[in-house]
Ligand binder design. Structure first.
Ligand code: NAD
Length: 551
């Protein structure tokens, strides 16, 4: 298939038996349209797939087109396995993607079972069709840079130097987010095509072929206190130590190579892309060893930058974990972004909420932006972001918007949008969803739940409860995911999607699902003893049962 085959369908013509089913079909098409390698059903993060294989994809399309209101489609790791009668208030689709039993949840088993066509990894928002392109991660990254600016740089990143790596599906957002925050950002990337792609879509301004050239561009922009984004072709495992050795100390250092996956993600130093592709076929064990060894150099340099005074953080790619396994004892002195910068927000269930215009009409999103800017004028995080995003973030695939909203706020927005759909103010229905990296929805002891106050980092009951709760609350799609590839055994998370089609039933579904989704997040953090969550419980009247276990 060619790129052209991955078009997003817009307008009001239905191919399914109702808007809810049509919405889910369009969302699946959308993750492929904006994905990294749609021919292989890959959306992002090296192996995150929209469906197990093409026969599964086609069977899902067929099932969605024929699905009745009172039926539920079951999807197991990207493969549809049946359509069963439920009832009109039940989810249309439920999914379990890549969940392996504890002792067996290892990368090596995953690769074997993937080959045997027993499993596939859905990433977070890939397998359950919630990905909206780079906007989500642009916003998340921008939010992190803003928090760092607040805490360390007097709220001003102009003239500051950010060093990072990886220009893939998620990492490709870094240059834009860094420049939007006002900084000079250098991103090291080993694959020239990735650099070209980010330049073409306007996320990256400049390309450099040598470190000297890149550093000169950064220095000049710093002197002028102007934002710039530079992509440097090279291997971060070699470039980071070289910058450190030259005595240059960036203000902020992170990394978003796909270091979580030692086989299909990270590219070890000294190997070409072709040599890595060959090793993937012939010697996975060797590839894992050389990738880990390369990560050791990469993270040793990051620790070195931290010693020199850079603000260094792990951006959710397990790079510290692999470095530690490779012998970098101090790897975990680098904090993870969630604990370091975002936890107070998550404790109030403020997180990455998003909505998608199923009509494919960008004006729908702009009209919702207008409402948000009026209603949340005093909310700095929301209003600042929406204004910036309008100016700087191009729509990809179906027009969509993300904003960090919390308990009650999400429901309020969704009900207003459902009214706008009902009254014909928008040209079509809107789908609401969120990242799995959300208060009640993820256990990941090296990303989301590292150093939880009560020590509950690895307890995966929370996302399971969240998924069962949104199922019982009539969401349209609910998914339970666990890690695959290098994330195998590291995480469990839950996804939810609800469609505002303008009906009274949608009011009920949105109200129940979105309110209960964030309530479960507040309860999770309240249980762990976070004051912000306990305050939210009180302020919003969430019916928490306190047994005193963590009083
Ligand atoms: P991707 O596979 O699409 O892209 C990774 C990029 O890194 C590729 O372009 C690759 O060429 C490049 N790369 C690999 N090794 C390199 C090296 N040694 N030096 C320089 N470049 C190298 O992955 P993605 O979707 O961009 O995700 C990147 C990572 O971020 C993944 O581990 C993903 O799971 C993680 N992630 C974290 C969050 C979060 O929680 N903040 C969100 C999304 C993704």
């Amino acid at each position: 298939m060619s790129r052209e085959d991955f078009k997003v369908h817009g307008g009001n013509e239905l191919r399914c038996k109702g808007w809810r089913q049509e919405a889910l079909l369009r969302l699946m098409e959308n993750v492929l349209a904006v994905g990294e390698d749609p021919d292989n059903l890959i959306v992002y993060a090296a192996l995150g797939r929209a469906a197990r294989d093409w026969p599964s994809h086609n069977a899902i399309v067929h099932a969605l087109r024929n699905l009745e209101e009172d039926q539920t489609l079951l999807v197991q790791s990207g493969k549809p396995i049946g359509v069963l009668r439920t009832h009109a208030a039940a989810p249309l689709v439920i999914m379990a993607n890549c969940n392996m039993v504890g002792q067996w949840a290892k990368a090596e088993n995953f690769y074997q079972w993937e080959k045997d066509n027993l499993i596939c990894w859905g990433g977070l928002t890939a397998g359950d069709w919630q990905y909206i392109g780079s906007q989500g991660v642009i916003q998340g990254t921008y939010e992190i840079f803003s928090r760092i600016a607040e805490r360390h740089f007097n709220n001003d990143l102009r003239g500051r130097f950010i060093l990072t790596a990886g220009l893939g599906g998620m990492g490709g957002a870094q240059p834009l987010a860094g420049a939007m925050a006002g900084a000079a950002i250098l991103t090291v990337e080993i694959n020239p095509e990735r650099i070209e792609k980010r330049m073409q879509i306007g996320f990256l301004q400049k390309r450099a072929d040598t470190l000297d050239e890149a550093l000169a561009m950064i220095r000049e922009a710093q002197d002028r206190r102007e934002p710039i984004s530079v992509g440097l072709l090279g291997n971060a495992s070699e470039i980071f130590p070289e910058i450190l050795a030259r005595g240059i100390t960036p203000d902020i250092v992170t990394d978003q190579t796909s270091a979580h996956d030692l086989v299909y993600g990270y590219i070890p130093a000294g190997y070409t892309l072709e040599e890595v592709a060959e090793l993937r076929k012939t010697d996975i064990t060797k590839l894992m060893d050389v990738s880990r060894a390369s990560i050791v150099h990469h993270v040793t340099a990051m620790v070195g930058f931290q010693d020199k005074g850079s603000v260094v953080f792990d951006n959710g790619n397990l790079i510290r974990t692999h470095a530690k396994q490779g012998g970098v004892e101090r790897a975990f002195e680098i904090p993870v972004f969630t604990e370091a910068f975002l936890r107070p927000l998550f404790a109030r269930a403020i997180g990455p909420f998003r909505w998608i215009a199923l009509s494919n009409d960008p004006d729908d999103i702009r009209k919702i932006d207008d409402f948000l800017l009026r209603r949340f004028a005093d909310n700095r995080i929301v209003a600042n972001w929406v204004r910036l995003a309008r100016e700087n973030v191009p729509f990809e695939g179906l027009p969509a918007r993300i904003a960090w909203l919390g308990h009650g706020e999400r429901t309020e927005l969704a009900l207003e949008v459902n009214r706008m759909v009902r009254d014909g103010e928008l040209s079509g229905p809107i789908a609401f969803t969120r990242d799995h990296l959300d208060a009640g929805a993820m256990t990941h002891p090296n990303i989301m739940t590292e150093n939880m106050r009560d020590g509950s980092d690895a307890i995966a009951d929370w996302p399971l409860l969240n998924a069962m709760l949104t199922c019982s609350s009539s969401a349209d799609l609910v998914a339970i995911h666990s890690g695959g590839g290098g994330y195998s055994g590291y995480m469990t998370s839950a996804g939810v999607t609800v469609v505002a089609d303008g009906t009274a039933q949608a009011d009920d579904r949105l109200n129940l699902s979105l309110t209960n989704d964030t309530a479960s997040g507040v309860l999770r953090y309240a249980d762990a003893g976070y004051e912000e969550a306990l305050d939210e419980v009180k302020k919003k009247g969430i019916a928490r049962i306190d047994t005193g276990a963590h009083a």
